[in-house]
Design a protein around this ligand. Structure first.
Ligand code: HEM
Length: 485
């Protein structure tokens, strides 16, 4: 898949805050006007409750997850899943999260003692995968110590652009009318791979399982074991299992806007197939995004020593010398205001998945001064256009890294790295808590120091996420006077 966010940025500069383009035969409206976006994402949500369909995405299967579900099926799943990310649940998860961060701190200590520059992004990727398997699904995989761990390697392949289905995705984009053929080819290829490996094990050395199929099969096994063992844990999977039903659920009505559909009482239930699909989704949604966000924060620390120092001082204020050994938890980091601004400013500069933030209209919609757009119109946002709009973010230059700009109240749509409205990122608070605890612990002990190759490897590429190649840095202990390099 080619990059989409970077061309949109260039087109917005050329054509303004609202324009259209075609993907194959499909017209897309691109918007970075915050008032129109507020209508689309918030005020008229009942008309814009779906995202545009990804090529080859199956929307009506029984094992649909929250990201792809539409209409009342999405509403029901979101109703069950929202409370799994409540403050109380997150508080209960922070000790588990800290145990994963302990393992990261050991790795950082080992890197520190080598006294050479290293790629901290790789360590963050293993951490975030460890966190999601531990806090999300109660599985301890030791992946921070073992880079060849299959859970890690398969998830990494989902986000690498060397996937076999690239060509089919391109065909689905260009010739949408024949998508049923591309989808059938895609499914057949996956099944052939899976069954060949299963019944002819020697082929495993030559044929890779399709990574999402591999992960989904493992997830199904984990759910089965959890159900059979009856073990209760404080994790995301447990909370979903508490609302589980073995049977099918018929969501009455297909649209939010059909008469009376809004008033149909939502069943607080989720099927086992949907749980598997959502476990898989949380894993892919929480892994690359959060590790990349941490990577960008670390780059910002290395390249802005003054802001790093300020952040360290503000973090120190939350620990007194008597309680240095106490690990930061949900409440501690929730009160670290400058840390919050620092992360927000980093994500303003480096949004991670702009491609995920879009909506599709289910009814015709009036845009003031433009006219009526028909039902089925897809609206993408140019996140760079919003995040670097001087009128929304001034008076300090938008190209200056300045966390304090978040002290001022801004337009509700000016900052959208987690999307917006009822369909925003359900894992946002989980991700922010994880990032804050990591950064508070990192900066309590170390300063991040830029090295000769930091900028060289900070080369951004987009494949679903916009990510840097590597984050090469040195660490310096805060109680040690001189720089490493
Ligand atoms: C820094 C980390 C993260 C970023 C930048 C991020 C970003 C996003 C964005 C932009 C969306 C689309 C929102 C919209 O359309 O308005 C989204 C949706 C979603 N995210 Fe995240 N995300 C992150 C972490 C997580 C984590 C940790 C989880 C779960 C453990 C998660 C689960 C989801 C789910 C399930 C959706 C779909 C929500 C729905 O359709 O109702 N995300 N995320």
């Amino acid at each position: 898949m080619r990059s989409t966010a970077f061309p949109l940025k260039a087109w917005t500069e050329k054509y303004g805050s609202l324009y259209g383009y075609f993907e194959g035969h499909r017209p897309i409206l691109v918007c970075s006007d915050p008032d129109i976006l507020q209508d689309v994402f918030i005020k008229k949500f009942s008309n814009f409750h779906s995202r545009r369909r990804f090529p080859l995405e199956e929307r009506h299967s029984k094992s649909i997850h929250l990201f792809s579900a539409v209409g009342l099926r999405w509403k029901r799943q979101r109703f069950v899943i929202n409370p799994t990310f409540s403050s109380i649940k997150l508080k209960q998860m922070s000790p588990l999260m800290n145990s994963c961060i302990d393992r990261l701190m050991h790795k950082l200590d080992a890197e520190y003692h080598k006294k050479t520059a290293f790629d901290i992004y790789q360590l963050y990727k293993r951490l975030t995968m460890d966190v999601i398997w531990t806090c999300g699904f109660g599985v301890d995989t030791d992946m921070q110590n073992n880079p060849d761990n299959p859970y890690l390697t398969h998830s990494q392949r989902i986000f690498s652009d060397d996937q076999n289905n690239k060509f089919l995705i391109l065909l689905a984009l260009l010739i949408k009318e024949l998508e049923f053929i591309w989808k059938a080819l895609h499914d057949t290829e996956n099944n052939v791979r899976h069954w060949t490996r299963k019944y002819l094990p020697f082929t495993g050395a030559y044929i890779d399982d399709e990574p999402s199929t591999w992960i989904l099969k493992r997830v199904e096994q984990i759910i089965k074991q959890r159900k059979e063992s009856g073990v209760q844990r404080n994790d995301l999977m447990q909370l979903m299992l508490e609302s589980a039903t073995d049977g099918d659920i018929k969501d009455s009505g297909s649209s939010f806007t059909q008469t009376g559909a809004e008033d149909v009482p939502i069943v607080k239930k989720i099927t086992l197939k949907e749980i598997s699909a959502n476990v898989y989704l949380f894993m892919i949604a929480g892994y690359e995004t959060t590790s990349t966000a941490l990577a960008y924060c670390t780059y910002a620390l290395a390249t802005h020593p003054h802001e790093q120092h300020k952040l360290q001082e503000s973090i120190d204020q939350h620990f007194d010398s008597e309680s240095d050994y106490i690990l930061p938890d949900y409440d501690t980091v929730a009160n670290m205001e400058y840390l919050d601004w620092f992360i927000r400013e980093t994500l303003r500069f480096y949004p991670i998945v702009p491609v995920a933030v879009n909506r599709e209209s289910s009814e015709p919609f009036e845009i003031k001064g433009v006219g009526t757009i028909p039902a089925g119109t897809q609206i993408s946002i140019d996140m760079y256009g919003l995040h670097f709009n001087q009128e929304l973010w001034g008076p300090v230059d938008v190209n200056t890294f300045y966390p304090e700009r978040f002290r001022t109240k801004r337009h509700p749509m000016a900052w959208m790295p987690f999307g917006s409205g009822s369909r925003n990122c359900v894992g946002m608070r989980f991700a922010l808590m994880e990032m804050k605890i990591v950064l508070a612990r990192l900066l309590k002990t170390y300063s991040v120091v830029k090295c000769d190759t930091t900028d060289k490897y900070f080369e951004l590429k987009e494949y679903i996420c916009i990510h840097p190649k590597k984050i090469m840095v040195n660490l310096q202990r805060r109680n040690e006077p001189q720089h490493v390099e």
